[in-house]
Design a binder for this molecule. Structure first.
Ligand code: PMP
Length: 387
């Protein structure tokens, strides 16, 4: 059987190879993972179990349970000043991943150009390509702390695009953007009539300033699809629950795809998420505090080791410059010699060259041990083998 061309032209994920390398080693500490090391709050698991005991094993409404949509609407209003009608403007999906995919499938025609701020989460580029779109990479720059600016958008030719995909707090860089900084991006989007897909799955994990959604800027609500979900803040990756917030025409178009391809998001997970929103603020706050402690540790240890790293302010990633010119060779040697896995920045598209994604979604003891091993590695390899 011959796979379709649009499938064949998409390469396998660049992250996989490093996970495979890591799997071959014993005693590996992975700073490569993109998911919380915490378990979902007990109350959410209990609610999931109770729903199963009560036999809640059917489909839900295509858009998701009404009570969950209402709770999502109330929560995003309180936390991010986002006001969306639960009946028409909230769509519950199988993870944020499905919401991102639906945005592409509902709004990208073959040949449309989608500007993608990079380095970025690995699913955007393939998602655009599966939908038949062309990707216009917008490489953000270390000197801008990997923020999206009018200048990088213009330099990349994003004015020619139909859509812009962005993610702050960012995976893989840990960058965040303030309301003021987002203003420039919003102005560019308005001037060039771009639809914006804003992946805000790390919204809860913004350590140095309040998270602002670009949809709250003037003239942006009507052109933005906000993506969020429960995987990160609620440590619920395996339960597969996310959502999209957008004007009614947009969620209706996305739901047209969703109702045929997914029918409804996992029912058990919807009960867990509902409980998460109702009673787990304290547990989420505690996880955020832990991440922030780890962030400070990672950044200060990098500084002591002489590893150049901008001050990551969100998500659970730091994005240091690799001590060697060849970040891939560095990451490979780090795995082979001291059993610590980090992912080279090239796996996340343009702009990530020469960097490493270091995830601190790892328990404090392992994190400390991994940093000690990294220090030992850096100390014993002072020369740059590829220089
Ligand atoms: N967006 C970003 C930026 C992510 O990092 C991830 C998970 N690594 C996702 C979306 C996918 O989230 P979900 O588990 O909700 O599909």
């Amino acid at each position: 059987m011959k796979p379709a061309n649009r499938v064949e032209r998409v390469p396998p994920s660049g992250i996989r190879r490093f996970f495979e390398l890591a799997e071959e080693q014993d005693d590996i500490i992975s700073l490569g993972v993109g998911e919380p090391d915490f378990t979902a709050p007990w109350a959410t698991r209990e609610a999931a179990i109770a729903s199963l005991e009560q036999g809640k094993t059917s489909y839900t409404a295509n858009r998701g349970r009404r009570d969950l949509r209402e709770a999502i609407g109330e929560t995003v209003d309180q936390r991010y000043d986002l006001s969306y009608d639960p009946d028409e403007e909230v769509l519950v999906t199988a993870g944020a991943s499905e919401a991102v995919d639906l945005a592409f499938r509902a709004f990208v025609d073959p040949g449309d150009t989608v500007a993608v701020a990079q380095p970025c989460y690995v699913s955007y580029v393939p998602g655009v390509q599966f939908a038949g779109g062309e990707v216009c990479p917008v490489p953000t720059r270390r000197e801008d702390k990997f923020k999206l600016t009018r200048e990088v958008l213009a330099d990349a030719g994003a004015d020619e695009a139909e859509m812009l995909v962005m993610c702050y707090p960012n995976n893989p860089t840990g960058a965040t953007m303030t309301r003021e900084e987002l203003g420039e991006v919003a102005a560019f989007a308005r001037e060039h009539d771009l639809t914006v897909v804003s992946d805000e799955i790390y919204a809860e994990l913004s350590y140095e300033h309040e998270h602002t959604s670009i949809a709250t800027l003037p003239g942006m609500r009507e052109r933005t699809i906000v993506i969020n979900g429960f995987s990160k803040a609620y440590a619920m990756t395996g339960l597969r629950l996310g959502y999209a917030l957008a004007p009614a025409e947009a969620t209706t178009a996305m739901n047209r795809v969703h109702q045929y391809t997914m029918l409804s998001a996992p029912t058990t997970a919807q009960y867990a998420a509902l409980e998460g929103l109702a009673s787990c603020d304290g547990v989420v706050d505690e996880m955020v505090t832990q991440y922030d402690r780890r962030r400070n540790l990672v950044l200060s240890r990098f500084e002591e080791m002489g590893i150049d790293c901008f001050r990551a302010s969100g998500a659970f990633y730091a994005f240091p410059a690799a001590p060697w010119d060849d970040a891939e060779a560095f990451a490979e040697a780090l795995i082979e010699e001291v059993n610590v896995a980090a992912v080279p920045g090239t796996a996340f598209g343009e702009g990530g060259n020469g960097h490493l994604r270091v995830s601190y979604a790892t328990g404090m003891d392992d994190l400390k041990e991994a940093l000690n091993r990294l220090e030992q590695f850096v100390d014993t390899h002072e020369t740059n083998p590829k220089a």
